[in-house]
Design a protein around this ligand. Structure first.
Ligand code: ADP
Length: 524
């Protein structure tokens, strides 16, 4: 059953007007949201639904693709009803943008639109053995120079190869030439347009770059990549890669109360957050603390291929001359570690209470928690590490574990920033943050202390959804240019300045690095 967890109403004193709005579908790992923004980037109405997570075996993580679609439809309807209650006409929503969890892999029958398996979620590690084999294949060391990603369980390709090897229905569809493969954005666009009837089958480069099939320079599929994975392109339907902001390519909604509204923007969630934080200039960076945590650093109009464990990725593609690349540091487990303490151990009743528990102690009491539930991602890329707590003594309280859990994400962010400095040769002046876990003041202060630069948190933290709205709004003239967006969402931000002595910060980080080394090799 779907559980509606929040419906937010805007300012009901506003009178009916001809104000222009943009809708934003934010399809995340644990919940779906639909937000309606005005031209000032303010949220006028929103609706959020949590959907079911499937964990059929240790390391496996799946979603029901049809439940995702119905959650989107319900969220749109919920938010639109609110908008109308406030006296606004839904016809004033000029366009809808999509942002989504990346890498999560959906396969369906191209002729019927029926999913052939549950969506395999980006955190899933079932492909560990398969990836290990691929790493030994001739040419594996060339992949990152083409697509920006190293071989790991994280990108979509391994999930697709696993399905072909293990799911007869998927293999059969492939052999018959009716297998459609897409990331969540492609699946949403296809289904929201009504499925096989219109067959709108597209993906944007920020999503397509997460499959390992796309060449980062050409922003198109690369035959040598597809050949490396021994896939026959004639047998598989891949979505056409189109720019992230486009008035035509993404079609129109067939479902929901917004039937007929054009979809004109599409960005993977982390790119959307960078856009929502207005990271349009090279040298700007944002860090989003959601289920996982993702730091994106705008590197300009040419891709940078990392040599220090980061990913090269597309920041956004708003058309000729408005295409930016990013270096990315991905952390697999962030807010999900907090949820783990809540759901599995009952430490506190909800994630929002974790800081209170952590504040009952002065420090981590000597505990370091390497939250490697799905291995460690950037900059370490240790597939065979698993979650481990070091330094437990008879003195250890739940508060220490809570603190160590929050610190784990901050330590990994520090490691990513160090790698980013080495790759780019530049030092970041300030870090913009957002995402659920950024609500924790204690975590954000810890972050500033560990990276020794200020951390800026905007008042309106739905930056991921705002980014997709910006992509959609730019395509239909709600905003004419990026310059016009500079005053959006700047008021009321909180800045956390480093307070911890640098030497102490360094010492804490060294202990973390020691713990990371010790966590290697647990799951072989
Ligand atoms: P996503 O978009 O990946 O689903 P969100 O940005 O909604 O994620 O963030 C949800 C995550 O943030 C959850 O895993 C939750 O545990 C964590 N979270 C939410 N509020 C807090 C808080 N106040 N302190 C710490 N973690 C939090």
């Amino acid at each position: 059953m779907l559980a509606t967890i929040r419906t937010k109403m805007g300012d009901t004193t506003k009178s009916a007007s001809h104000e222009t709005f943009v809708g934003s579908i934010d399809q995340g790992t644990t919940s779906t949201r639909f937000l309606i923004f005005n031209r000032h980037g303010e949220v006028i109405a929103s609706h959020q639904i949590e959907f079911k997570q499937f964990y059929p075996h240790p390391g496996w993580h799946e979603h029901d693709p049809l439940e995702i679609i119905s959650s989107v439809e319900q969220c749109i309807d919920g938010a639109v009803k609110d908008l109308e209650t406030q006296g606004h006409a839904s016809a004033n929503i000029k366009a809808v943008g999509i942002t989504n969890q990346r890498e999560t892999t959906v396969v369906w029958n191209h002729e019927t639109g029926e999913p052939l398996y549950r969506a395999i979620v980006w955190t899933d590690t079932r492909t560990q053995a398969l990836i290990r084999k691929l790493k030994h294949r001739l040419g594996s060391d060339q992949l990152q120079q083409l697509c920006g990603l190293p071989l790991s369980t994280y990108p979509s390709v391994g999930k697709l190869l696993w399905l072909l090897e293990n799911e007869p229905k998927v293999k059969e569809a492939y052999d018959k030439g009716v297998l459609a493969f897409g990331t969540i954005d492609a699946w949403l666009v296809y289904k929201l347009n009504g499925g096989p009837k219109k067959n709108v089958f597209v993906s944007d480069p920020t999503n397509a770059s997460r499959t390992m099939f796309m060449n980062l320079k050409t922003l198109d599929y690369d035959e040598s990549l597809i050949d490396f994975f021994r896939l026959d392109q004639a047998k598989i339907h891949l979505p056409k890669i189109t720019r992230s902001s486009d008035p035509e390519a993404y079609g129109r909604l067939e479902l929901s109360m917004l039937k007929g509204t054009p979809i004109t923007g599409c960005l993977g969630d982390q790119s959307a957050a960078l856009v929502g934080q207005k990271g349009f200039t090279p040298g700007l960076a944002k860090n989003t603390y959601g289920t996982g945590c993702f730091l994106l650093y705008n590197v300009g109009e040419k891709p940078v291929f990392s040599t220090h464990g980061l990913l090269g990725t597309v920041a956004y593609d708003f058309g000729e001359g408005k295409r930016m690349y990013a270096l990315e540091g991905s952390i697999a487990v962030a807010g999900s570690s907090v949820k783990f303490l809540v759901d599995n151990f009952g430490f506190v009743e909800s994630s929002s209470k974790i800081s209170q528990l952590a504040a009952t102690v002065e420090d981590n009491g000597g505990c370091v928690f390497v939250t490697a539930f799905s291995g460690l991602f950037a900059p370490y890329w240790i597939d065979d590490a698993r979650g481990t707590i070091y330094g437990i003594t008879a003195y250890t309280q739940r508060g220490h574990i809570a603190r160590a859990t929050l610190e784990a994400t901050c330590f990994q962010t520090k490691a990513i920033l160090d790698a980013m400095e080495k790759d780019s040769g530049a030092k970041l002046a300030e870090l913009a943050v957002d995402g659920g876990m950024s609500n924790s003041d204690l975590t954000m202060q810890t972050q500033a202390d560990l990276i020794q630069i200020p951390v800026r948190r905007p008042q309106m933290r739905e930056t991921t959804a705002l980014g997709a709205a910006i992509a959609a709004g730019l395509a239909v003239g709600v905003w004419d240019s990026i310059e016009e967006l500079k005053d959006i969402n700047v008021e009321g931000s909180t800045v956390f300045k480093p307070q911890l002595h640098e030497a102490k910060s360094k010492e804490m980080f060294e202990r973390w690095e020691k713990a990371v080394q010790m966590s290697k090799g647990w799951s072989s």
